[in-house]
Design a protein around this ligand. Structure first.
Ligand SMILES: NC(=O)C1=CN([C@@H]2O[C@H](COP(=O)(O)OP(=O)(O)OC[C@H]3O[C@@H](n4cnc5c(N)ncnc54)[C@H](O)[C@@H]3O)[C@@H](O)[C@H]2O)C=CC1
Ligand SMILES: CCCCCC(=O)/C=C/[C@H]1C=CC(=O)[C@@H]1CCCCCCC(=O)O
Length: 266
C-alpha cells in the first residue's frame, strides 16, 4: 500500500537509519518532517531529499529530543517546549500527522555519558510517543496513525558491551508494548510498534570502538561477525512493514543480516 498524502515525522533523521526511514517514506508518497539536533547535517540531508522528491514534501527542524523544555531568549525568562513546538510546526506546515518514527538514539556507557544515553533514548522516545499520540488521536482532533519506536536487538538479548544502552532499549520496548495493550489507543485509531534491529552500517556502529560508547568492543566484534551488518535500506524495508500493515499494533519486529526478520513474542 502507498503512503501518498500521509505526513510523517522522523527523529534522528539527518543520517543513518533515520535518513533511510525518511527515504522509504518519501519513496512511498509521504511528506516527511526531519527532526535532528545536528543542523548542518540535517540541512544537507534536506537538500538531498528536496532534489530527489521536490521541495513541498519535506522539511527540517532542528530539535534536541532530550531537552524539550528550553529557556527562550525571545520570550524573556520563560520555559517553552521546543519538542512540542517542533511536532506542531511540522503538522501545521505539512498539513496533518499520520506517522511518527521515534528513532533518535545514542550509545554511551561511562560516568560522563550514561545519563545522556538515558535522556535521549528513553525520555526522548517517551516524549515523542506522547506528542505523536496527542496530535494523532481521534478524540483530540487527529485522524489516527502509527508510531514506530526504534529499539534494538540489544533491548531483547543481554548486552555485555552496553548495559545502559540495553536498558534504554528494553525500556522503549516495554513502554510501547504497554501502550499497545491499552484499548484507548486503538479506539482512537493509533497503532504503536517497535523495530528491533541488530547491527546496521551507520555512524553509531562505526563509533563502537570508542570506549565511551561501550564496554568490551572485542565482544561486540564477535557478535557482529555472528549476526552480520545490514544496510540502512534493509532496515528501512522492515520499518515500512510496521508502518504500512494496518493490522500491526503491539508488534516487535527483530531484524538481523544473518537471520532476517522475525516477530518477537513474550
Ligand atoms: N546502527 C545500528 O546498528 C542500530 C541502531 N539502532 C538504533 O537506531 C537509531 C538510529 O541509529 P543510527 O542511525 O545507527 O545512529 P546514527 O548515529 O547514525 O544517527 C543518529 C541520528 O540521531 C541524531 N540524534 C542523536 N541524538 C539526538 C537528539 N538528542 N536529538 C535529535 N537528534 C539526535 C544524530 O544527530 C544522528 O543524525 C538509534 O535509536 C539506535 O539506537 C538500533 C539497532 C541497531
Ligand atoms: C545483536 C545486537 C545488535 C545491537 C545493535 C545496536 O543497537 C548496536 C548498538 C551498540 C551501541 C552501544 C552498544 O552497547 C551496542 C552494542 C550491542 C552489542 C550487544 C549485542 C547483544 C547480543 O545480541 O548478544
Amino acid at each position: 500500500m502507498s503512503s501518498t498524502g500521509k505526513v510523517a515525522i522522523v527523529t534522528g533523521a539527518a543520517q543513518g537509519l533515520g535518513k533511510a526511514f525518511c527515504d522509504i517514506l518519501l519513496k512511498n508518497g509521504a511528506k516527511v518532517g526531519l527532526v535532528d539536533f545536528n543542523s548542518e547535517l540535517g540541512q544537507k540531508t534536506l537538500a538531498e531529499f528536496e532534489q530527489k522528491y521536490g521541495q513541498n514534501r519535506v522539511m527540517f527542524v532542528k530539535c534536541d529530543v532530550s531537552n524539550s523544555k528550553q529557556l527562550s531568549a525571545y520570550k524573556g525568562i520563560q520555559c517553552i517546549d521546543l519538542y512540542k513546538q517542533t511536532f506542531e510546526a511540522i503538522k501545521h506546515k505539512l498539513g496533518g500527522l499520520d506517522i511518527v518514527i521515534n528513532n533518535a538514539g545514542v550509545g554511551g556507557e561511562m560516568e560522563d555519558t550514561w545519563e545522556r544515553t538515558v535522556d535521549i533514548n528513553v525520555k526522548g522516545t517517551i516524549k515523542g510517543t506522547m506528542l505523536g499520540m496527542e496530535l494523532m488521536r481521534k478524540d483530540k482532533g487527529g485522524n489516527g496513525g502509527v508510531i514506530v519506536n526504534v529499539a534494538s536487538m540489544a533491548g531483547i538479548n543481554p548486552n555485555p558491551c552496553g548495559p545502559v544502552y540495553a536498558a534504554t532499549k528494553s525500556a522503549i520496548i516495554m513502554y510501547s508494548q504497554s501502550w499497545s495493550k491499552n484499548p484507548e489507543l486503538a479506539q482512537n485509531g493509533v497503532r504503536i510498534n517497535v523495530l528491533a534491529p541488530a547491527f546496521a552500517d551507520t555512524a553509531l556502529v562505526k563509533a563502537m570502538g570508542d570506549t565511551n560508547t561501550m564496554h568490551a568492543p572485542a565482544i561486540a566484534r564477535v557478535i557482529m561477525q555472528r549476526v552480520g551488518i545490514m544496510t540502512p535500506e534493509t532496515v528501512a524495508e522492515a520499518l515500512y512493514e510496521l508502518v504500512d500493515d494496518q493490522n500491526k499494533t503491539g508488534a516487535i519486529l527483530k531484524i538481523a543480516q544473518t537471520t532476517g526478520k522475525e516477530y518477537h513474542t513474550y
